[in-house]
Design a protein around this ligand. Sequence first.
Ligand code: ATP
Ligand code: MG
Length: 564
Amino acid sequence: MCRKIRTFERLLYLTMEEKKLNFLEEIIERDLAEGKVDSVMTRFPPEPNGYLHLGHAKSICLNFGLAQKYGGKTNLRYDDTNPTKEDTEYVDSIKEDIRWLGFQWDKELYASDYFDQLYEWAEDLIKRGLAYVDDQTQEEIRLNRGTVDKPGTPSPWRDRTPEENLKLFREMKAGKYAEGEKVLRAKIDMAHPNMMFRDPLLYRIKFAHHHRTGDKWCIYPMYDYTHGQCDSIEHITHSICTLEFDVHRPLYDWFIQTLGIYPSHQYEFARLNLTYTLMSKRKLLELVQKGLVSGWDDPRMPTLCGVRRRGYTAQALRMFCDKIGVSKRDQLMDIQLLEWCVRQDLNERSNRYMVVQDPVKLTITNWPEGKVEWFDCPLNPAAPDGAKRSVPFTGDLLIDRADFMEDAPKKFFRLKPDGEVRLKYTYIVKCNEVIKDGNGEIVELKCTYDPSTHPVTGEWRSVKGTIHWVSASHAKELELRNYDRLFTLADMSQVPEDKDYKDFLNPESLVLGKGYAEPALLSDASGIAVQFERTGYYVADKDSTPDHPVFNKTTALKDSYKPE
Ligand code: ATP
Ligand code: MG
């Protein structure tokens, strides 16, 4: 299936249109108006088998956002029915990520909190002749389910009496049978056009230690038998999940109706897919386990801890989720929109510093020997009268090599021989001499400054170019980790059959570099990414030490993306 890409331009256009209610808001407003529900109760139901990713952020923003909008509440409910893959490490990281996104749940709950209740309901179904213990193997069960065109074959154990089933089910619970020896199934209809109704599994045997219930249980309920009932127990009014669950909805309703419990309802929306990104926890886990990334929080990972370490902000993620809206059709979203949101937010809020990455010496020959002049520069140009940082100016500076050109074309407004440029926040300088080494490489630019062009006390004179710089003796060396997209394929669902998704890992997704920063950068206390002026947004990494600061590239200042 080839998905339609919602391009950046289209998405941006859509966000400028008047905001209409999305289909979930329409449903909620109708339910409230008709008195079907008095208040809105949603839940976010992660399985604690991995770290949350950007797709989960969409689900979180939706579930918490809808409840907030309509004065309701949201539970955090861990879907922990699969003990072999789950872990408290994941439970803790999920809470951290939700809080970071800016949401607070009402109750913290676990599907395993309801194991006793679910078990009781299973006995109830057995007694009513609506569930039976099946001795078929997993393979036999699969084969006997039939196909969409062919009805299934009833199990030879389907007509066991309720008494026998009850006895066997209790023995299953007591640990009498091995894994795979028996399962509990609902007795519905082996010829039902919806395959979900062909006697779905309710319980399987698993001798596994559970992160919460320990060794109390050796039978565990299946997703379909669990999710709706958990919703119902918590009086969830609108249970929102991704599209692939729409075929499960009739079964969700069947259990609730058959058990006669609170009528929660399920609604489906399209999951978030992003260009150049994979969001399957299984594959992300593989990348971590194989050491193809440095961990779940590698800044290239689409996990929330990864993008956080990359410098993406919670505000930007929420803005993104708001802009993409909700749809009922599978779509691939352009990652440029997310990057655009990150820039929007950081442009407004981030502090500015000058950092030179590929340095060349600039010497001011008429600067008094040893003199240091400190300039007070705004931390954010949006607030010129706001907080300032002090930047030292001396006669020995570093500028970026790319800001000088010997044989410059007409439109090159940065520094060139005999040309003038303003050194940002300070004076205008003129390049008088270019010094090269034996290989012809430029090693120094000898310039003079014009003292009458002091930005505050001097007279105003304009030049076409302004470049950033640092004082060589004051500069702080940085390790720069320049990150780019992790994959090279736009639609990662289109990996050809003879290839593996790992074949599309971008070999240039991490390029190490160095930076020379004005000293104030190292005492930045904003807690978010900063802007390296004229270059991009960078954020201090947790690997930093006072002697060895490390910065991760969050994103470039502008989009450099060129369509293939
Ligand atoms: P994965 O396939 O990545 O392992 P999952 O659906 O198994 O994801 P869960 O922990 O079960 O992960 O998901 C918790 C909630 O987040 C579910 O309601 C699920 O539908 C939703 N969700 C997961 N992935 C996405 C996505 N890409 N877009 C929107 N919602 C998502
Ligand atoms: Mg899941």
